[in-house]
Design a binder for this molecule. Structure first.
Ligand code: SF4
Length: 685
């Protein structure tokens, strides 16, 4: 029932869902239950607003599915045990596998569900205890291509602006992102600017999203054809002389191969590949080039492709040609999908990077000095490479922190076969995820975000304080604590003796020069955006004002279009795109166990009305979807936002297994799977 206001203890913290990073207050009653949620009125990003997930998605903390006791699987069944037993068992098995097969047979996965401090210790555990750089996180399957592209072109793999730039910009170039559903508070801010006539939008998305309806121009390319589209826009910008010549002369190089590559893509040629009329390509190029300030905002529609890195580079090229970078309201902004996906990779859960996004070469000396141990020499494996190696029997053991890979990786049958071969899977999580339930050997119960201290890093590089609103449930422990206890059980206490999350963060600042200014005391007062190098540094709302992190000039790249192996034909005539919806969140670990679940419980296959009619299918009817890789049965949803020839499906429901449909294709550099383009056929179930 309703509690008297005075009986509720309110704690300010950060929403555990998307990468917007809304600050909210959780109210707990005298029985230590969460009984209320309210927006922080002065939250720097949300300014008093929350979306449906923030407001009604906190019930997972005390959901019946929560598992709060350590467990070991014995003879196929989970057996509850003490922490000492579980840790000793996991440690003994990990060390035995390391001795038998070497460090390269083991790996660790961090995740967005974990705090920066948790992720920092997860990668430290991999590098110091297991002695391998085989450490990765969920950024691998989302914005890893963005990080690679931005780092290579500009020097920093993160958004160039702040969300407050939305109110300074006059044009949003929104590519492969549906913020009104997936980053709703930011979607609302964008929408308000459009409705007020303060800004225009160009939306590039195969679906006619809510923002596409409000946009000045909507380009609907076939999925996976962004490289020729951006090349053609660049070609027209140069051919019509609307580039920012002064910016280009001062800050860009690499012209000859770039110009040759883009000149091969006239808008007419791109139209043949992308399906976007040449006149619309020209109009979009001119509107973007001529409107100042303009900022691009992109999502996984751009990155989850076989050429994800190239596609992001193509988008950055447009910003560079037009000088749309380094000014308020003007830049390149990936919408990071999860609350702390930026932080998990940035804390070093990335095989090629140490904390702070430093390359192994850059950060090795500092980390070795602070950690008191030499780092491994062998190159680390990405998550997808770990799965490949597991399938081939070369990889034996995995520690998984808050990441349901069995549900969320593509090509499910192959993923499951690989996981099946692992000799040890240790899962730290809130519930028995599919990964734990089907493939786990040891389950270590972790605290939810509502039960622990630390920090999350949002999509605009802002580190914000996470505070416990209630006490840890059952025997659940924070992931940073679990990493320390496991390291000690492995006989490696050195480097894992921390009193609390604040002490872990103090060490992060010692190994990450660009984060050194973000002391715990400052974060307690307010979030800070990096770079923030000392305690007098106010942090950075905007990157690349003059020059770039990589140097005074950015080098343009020649981008060739490779095309996807997923080609529609008579047997598989429709192209499927997968994505999220407003009411659910990824594998559903939190949203399935909260009130929002009731609002949209089932995944659907969304088809254009004319396509559904042509196939003789009706709303709600069960349809069998087949790709060259697998099958799924889904209820049909008729949705005019989907173009004929395409289909859209969400992937939240473990019963539906939509990722069975997705093939093994991935970006060659970032290894991010191509979730956004799969040839399918649809028939009544
Ligand atoms: Fe949470 Fe994102 Fe919604 Fe904000 S917009 S309340 S961070 S899910």
């Amino acid at each position: 029932g309703l509690q008297p206001h005075t009986a509720v203890r309110w704690t300010r913290t950060v929403c555990p869902y998307c990468g917007v990073g809304c600050e909210l207050e959780l109210g707990a009653d005298a029985q230590d239950r969460i009984v209320g949620v309210r927006a922080a009125l002065d939250g720097p990003v949300n300014k008093g607003h929350l979306c449906v997930k923030g407001r009604f998605g906190q019930g997972y903390v005390d959901a019946p599915s929560r598992v709060t006791t350590p467990m070991i699987r014995r003879d196929g069944a989970w057996v509850p045990c003490s922490w000492d037993e579980a840790l000793a068992y996991a440690a003994e098995r990990l060390m035995a596998l390391k001795a038998a097969h070497g460090p390269q047979a083991l790996g660790v996965l961090g995740s967005a569900r974990a705090t920066n401090e948790d992720n920092y210790l997860a990668q430290k555990f991999a590098r110091l205890v297991l002695e391998t750089h085989n450490v990765d996180c969920c950024a691998r399957v989302c914005h890893a291509p963005t990080a690679v592209a931005l780092k290579n072109l500009l020097g920093t793999g993160a958004a160039t602006n702040s969300f407050d730039d939305i109110e300074h910009s006059r044009l949003f170039l929104i590519v492969g992102a549906n913020p009104t559903e997936n980053h709703p508070v930011i979607g609302a801010r964008l929408k308000q600017q459009l409705l007020r006539g303060q800004a225009q939008a160009i939306v590039i998305d195969p679906r006619r999203t809510e923002l596409a309806e409000l946009a000045t121009l909507h380009l609907a390319p076939w999925p996976g054809t962004d490289v020729p589209l951006f090349n053609a826009m660049a070609q027209h910008i140069l051919a019509s002389g609307v580039q920012d010549s002064a910016f280009a002369a001062e800050r860009l190089e690499g012209w000859a191969p770039f110009v040759e590559a883009v000149n091969a893509w006239t808008p007419e040629r791109a139209e043949g590949v992308c399906g976007v009329p040449a006149a619309l390509i020209r109009a979009a190029a001119e509107l973007y080039a001529r409107t100042r300030p303009a900022m691009s905002i992109h999502g996984l529609g751009l990155t989850e492709q076989v050429q994800g890195v190239d596609a992001v580079m193509g988008l950055v090229h447009l910003a560079l040609l037009c000088g749309h970078i380094g000014q308020p309201g003007s830049g390149v902004n990936p919408l990071r999908g999860q609350n702390n996906v930026q932080g998990s990779a940035h804390m070093g859960c990335e095989p090629g990077s140490l904390p702070g996004g430093q390359s192994l070469a850059q950060g090795r000396a500092t980390c070795e000095a602070v950690w008191g141990q030499k780092l491994p020499e062998a190159r680390g494996l990405t998550l997808m490479e770990m799965m490949d190696a597991a399938g081939q029997g070369r990889f034996k053991g995995l520690l998984v922190v808050g990441y349901d890979i069995a549900h969320s990786l593509p090509d499910s049958e192959r993923t499951w076969a690989a996981l099946e071969k692992l000799e040890l899977v240790v899962v730290q999580d809130l519930v028995l995820t599919q990964t734990a339930a089907r493939f786990g050997h040891v389950f270590l119960p972790a605290c939810s975000a509502a039960e622990k201290s630390g920090s999350f890093m949002n999509a605009e590089r802002r580190v914000q304080r996470v505070r416990p609103a209630v006490s840890p449930r059952g025997e659940a422990r924070p992931d940073w604590w679990i990493q320390c206890a496991l390291a000690q059980a492995c006989g490696h206490p050195q480097g894992f003796e921390f009193e609390d999350a604040a002490a872990v963060w103090d060490e992060v600042r010692r190994v990450w020069p660009a984060g050194a200014g973000m002391s715990n005391a400052r974060l307690d007062a307010a979030g800070l955006q990096w770079p923030c190098r000392d305690e007098q540094d106010p942090g950075s709302t905007l990157l690349h004002r003059s020059g770039f992190s990589i140097g005074p000039r950015a080098t343009l790249r020649a981008l060739e279009f490779l095309g996807s192996p997923e080609r529609p034909d008579d047997e598989f005539p429709v192209l499927l795109i997968t994505g999220r919806n407003l009411y659910q969140f990824n594998a559903g670990t939190m949203s399935h166990a909260s009130a929002v679940e009731a609002l949209r419980p089932a995944d659907t296959l969304d088809l254009a009305p004319e396509q559904a009619e042509a196939l003789g299918l009706a709303e709600g009817q069960a349809v069998r979807v087949c790709s060259r890789h697998g099958e799924a049965v889904l209820p049909l949803r008729v949705d005019a936002r989907v173009a004929p020839g395409m289909a859209f499906a969400t992937f939240h429901d473990p019963e539906r297994e939509v990722n069975r449909l997705i093939g093994p294709w991935r970006d060659a550099v970032a290894h991010t799977p191509a979730y956004k383009r799969t040839a399918i056929r649809i028939q009544p179930a």
